[in-house]
Write a protein that binds this ligand. Sequence first.
Ligand code: AMP
Length: 271
Amino acid sequence: MHALSDEVRSAGKRIALVPTMGALHAGHLSLIDHARAQADFLVVSIFVNPLQFDRDADLDAYPRTWEADSALCSEHGVDAIYAPTVPSMYPQGFATKVTVAGLGQGLCGAHRPGHFDGVTTVVAKLFGAAKPHIAVFGQKDYQQLKIITRMTADLDMDLEVIGRPTLREADGLAMSSRNVHLSPEERAQALCLRRALDKARELAQGGERDVETIKTAAAQVVEGAPLARMEYLEVVDADNLAPLARLDGPARMAMAVWLGTTRLIDNDALN
Ligand code: AMP
């Protein structure tokens, strides 16, 4: 990957990177299509990163669909797939960790110990190998996007991080590689995430400023789905992710909900 990026760069070409864990769906493809239009050479990385999994069962069950992924990449004009092995990424003696303080503490960070350190560490390595001019991420993982943007600025990584909107199924469920694990009943009730976000936005846009009121109404939507178990539901400053008591500036609601053994996340702007 190093040699290839050096060659492409020395030909004066612009490199885009879309990091993924594979099991590509239309959400990933929207990032790939966006990146394709911005660069001369498009790299998609596919790496199921053990460092960012906090549960072994989740890592083992993570869908791996190499054949379909590589076919989709060809169809969408990807120039190179970077798919390193785990031992080549983390050989014996690997000892470095990249941590972004503050932004990684709340929301998913509070419930998945070590998760964001795993993400920033692998993304720093992917940036180092692919040497992109731009890297494209989804707002579906909004906290991740903020953390990576911070890391890139703090560590003088000379590239632009671009965030793109969440792609959804026709009924509103955010596309995710983990959706394949849902039973038909869980799949139906997974709509409670989108509905809770809609409820919160409706209240905010109707003039409600008290965050507790908004959170209670949104939580009730989730409680209406008997198979759903809420992990967290938070309203935060859209920029620094600090929890809010009142809606004064740009705010985002973010949530994690379990359906059986599947953990789903979603978020949206409230104003
Ligand atoms: P993952 O393979 O889940 O690690 O995701 C790889 C990239 O795709 C991340 O930047 C995600 O935020 C993004 N992504 C995942 N799901 C969606 C979606 N439904 N819409 C847009 N981007 C997404």
